[in-house]
Write a protein that binds this ligand. Structure first.
Ligand SMILES: [Cu+2]
Length: 443
């Protein structure tokens, strides 16, 4: 005869049966739903005597043991504490080009004759995606709006065990000029083979860097501890990328990627502020610091591996000509939107667009494996939002924004256009505003 029992009590008893054996299981049969159970537990399930017997016998069965863990082998993808990783090469942090990659130190080069030599060390690294809200962040929020009643959702510190280059994930933006011959010395300090593919480059097959599908590849991968050099001449310009060419779903998922900007030999015009941003996404199983690389529905989306408040905003002066380059090595498309401007899409992974092919937009879609360059003259002062318009990527899939106040995380930052007149306050409703967008058509 079935015994009615509330779902909560059923599960509580089942758990007790597994741990406590027969005594607890017998108690299940005597349970009668109380009024409180009926109020709080909507579902009443019927349990047959047979099910009760099954519960009873659980305590006598041998429970499965924990999965065996071999600390020698199961360190992936953690940093091996006993291993010494190379410090960033001496030219890491030296700004030798023009491109600013917000949040990522630049990488300079050395000359070997006529060859520009870059050094990349592929290694496991621990990065802090965000350092979380601080007292300072709260004070800013409270001074700029009546947020107090809405209990703003705090951002917590989030670290990630990733794979990157020279202590940075994504890797530093490489920068060279059309016509240069470049040599990239890649050392592999990862626990598995790797290689670097030069994404979008017109180069000799032997330098393409894709490995893993023998025998059609020109090269074997770089084994752990080994170093190899790639060398080629740049016959094109534009925003290109580099990423792993071995075991890609794992290695690109772990972050082995970076931008590679090739400036044209004869630029059409001067660019005052030139930025590069890598779009990536990460899925974390709760409690894990290493991203899960098979999950497409990522939980955290980043610009250059960071989210606010750690991700810096893009600082420009009014009337600067601004270029922003986006590279996408995530698994999803990101439509990046900028407030306050219609920018021009001026370049792709294939290089600068000819003037007739450029187009005005306020949102540019960047698909996986693509880069897009946008350009505008910063005539309109203000601290303008720039973010992915897939809202799950804007706010890291946390839909609990109170009263529409969006948590500024995910692919979200600001382009701060500082007014030429320091007294001018763009936030004031009465600040004199002049439309100047028409002056800067046809960049
Ligand atoms: Cu997106």
């Amino acid at each position: 005869m079935p015994h009615p029992i509330s779902r909560r009590r059923f599960f509580a008893s089942a758990a007790a049966a597994i741990t406590g054996g027969g005594v607890a299981a017998r108690a299940v049969g005597q349970a009668k739903p109380s009024r409180n159970d009926l109020i709080h537990d909507q579902d009443i399930v019927d349990i047959t005597n047979q099910e009760l017997d099954n519960l009873y016998s659980v305590g006598n069965r041998e429970l499965p043991s924990a999965l065996p863990v071999d600390p020698e082998r199961n360190h992936f993808p953690r940093i091996e504490k006993g291993k010494i990783y190379s410090p960033p090469p001496p030219l890491m942090g030296k700004q030798m080009g023009r491109v600013i990659s917000p949040g990522i130190p630049p990488l300079g080069y050395e000359m070997d004759g006529d060859v520009k030599v870059f050094k990349l060390i592929a290694q496991p690294i621990e990065i802090e995606i965000t350092d979380g809200f601080t007292e300072h962040t709260y004070s800013l929020l409270n001074s700029t709006g009546p947020y107090r009643p809405f209990s703003y959702r705090p951002t917590v510190k989030k670290t990630m065990l990733a794979w990157g280059f020279n202590g940075s994930c994504p890797g530093p933006t490489l920068e060279a000029t059309e016509g240069d011959t470049v040599r990239i010395v890649v050392k592999n300090e990862l626990p598995q083979p790797t290689s670097i593919h030069w994404h979008g480059f017109e180069l000799p097959f032997s330098q393409d860097g894709a490995s893993g599908y023998f025998p059609w590849n020109a090269h074997r991968p770089i084994l752990p501890g080994q170093t190899r050099e790639y060398q080629f001449t740049l016959h094109q310009s534009g925003t290109l990328m580099y990423h792993t060419g071995f075991n890609m779903m794992v290695q690109e998922g772990m972050g082995l990627a970076g931008n590679f900007v090739v400036h044209p030999r004869k630029p059409e015009h001067k660019i005052d502020r030139d930025f590069a941003i890598m779009l990536q996404q990460w899925f974390f199983i709760p409690g894990n610091e290493a991203p899960n690389v098979v999950q497409m529905e990522a939980k955290i989306a980043t610009f250059n591996g960071l989210t606010l408040p750690k991700l810096p905003m893009l600082q420009v002066n009014q009337y600067d000509r601004v270029r922003i380059r986006f590279g996408n090595l995530s698994l999803k498309m990101h439509p990046i939107h900028l407030h306050g401007y219609s920018f021009e899409v001026v370049g792709t992974t294939g290089g600068p667009l000819q003037p007739s092919a450029r187009y005005k937009e306020a949102t540019v879609a960047i698909h996986p494996g693509q880069t897009r360059d946008i350009e505008f003259v910063a005539w309109n002062p203000g601290t303008w939002r720039m973010h992915c318009h897939v809202l799950h990527h804007t706010m890291n899939m946390m839909p609990n924004a109170p009263m529409g106040i969006m948590p500024p995380e995910g692919m979200f930052t600001w382009v701060n256009v500082k007014p030429r007149d320091p007294q001018y306050d763009p936030r004031s409703n009465t600040a004199p505003w002049k439309f100047e967008g028409n002056k800067y058509n046809n960049l």
